[in-house]
Ligand binder design. Structure first.
Ligand code: AMP
Length: 213
């Protein structure tokens, strides 16, 4: 299975990607996490990416295409992969086509998470993230056991700079401007499957199994 996840920030793409990963035993490639890792490690491209990420803009294609190409060259993708957060532009979709062509494989699904702007803003402003292991919490629906502390690794949870309300609105705008072209492209290829972003967490496992077969 070779899947691209699409959907606005905070729609539950990542959650779905990880459930699918467990169901089918295929790795998730999350460009947002890879970029945040590079920012933390202060690598050359991490320092460049940070400026764009803090204000909610897309990181230049040259950087993102490079890290995805490297990752897609690794040997653990024989059974497939789930791309979470990539492609996000036509140029990135072209780069992905190129990578897949070289590997002589094709995408099997583009899973599109559908959710209203109002719900997204509500979710992201209450989201808390672990800066060390990337675990995600929600102040109401998935609070950590100990307030402000990651259950998994004990680090102090943060509100990501780009999860502040003004930046969220901007990220949504960026998403809408760029992603609809990609959805149209994948719809023409007959790859798009919609998944309702409001489905409760404990029903997701069965829902995704039904969708993907
Ligand atoms: P995410 O966690 O997927 O919402 O990504 C957080 C931020 O990382 C985005 O707002 C972008 O600045 C950057 N980013 C992640 N993936 C991409 C991508 N495919 N292209 C450009 N920028 C990206």
């Amino acid at each position: 299975m070779r899947i691209v996840m699409m959907g606005p920030p905070g729609s539950g793409k990542g959650t779905r990607a990880h459930i699918i990963s467990e169901l089918y035993g295929i790795p998730v490639i999350t460009t947002g996490d890879m970029l945040r890792g590079a920012v933390r490690e202060k690598t050359e491209y991490g320092l460049e990416a940070k400026v764009y990420m803090d204000r909610g803009d897309l990181v230049p294609d040259s950087i993102v295409n490079g890290i995805v190409k490297d990752r897609m060259g690794k040997p653990d993708l024989a059974k497939g992969f789930i791309l979470d957060g990539f492609p996000r532009s036509v140029n990135q979709a072209d780069a992905l086509d190129e990578i897949l062509k070289k590997k002589d494989v094709e995408l099997t699904h583009v899973l599109s998470v559908v959710l209203s702007d109002k719900e997204i803003i509500e979710r992201l402003s209450k989201r808390r993230s672990c800066p060390d292991c990337n675990e995600i919490y929600h102040l109401v629906s998935k609070p950590p056991k100990k307030e402000g502390i990651c259950d998994k690794c004990g680090a102090k949870l943060i509100l990501r700079k780009d999860d502040k309300k003004t930046v969220i609105r901007y990220r949504l705008l960026v998403y809408k401007e760029t992603t609809h072209q990609l959805l149209e492209r994948y719809e023409k290829m007959g790859l798009v499957v919609d998944t309702d972003g409001e489905i409760p967490f404990d029903e997701l496992h069965d829902h995704l199994k039904k969708l993907l077969g």
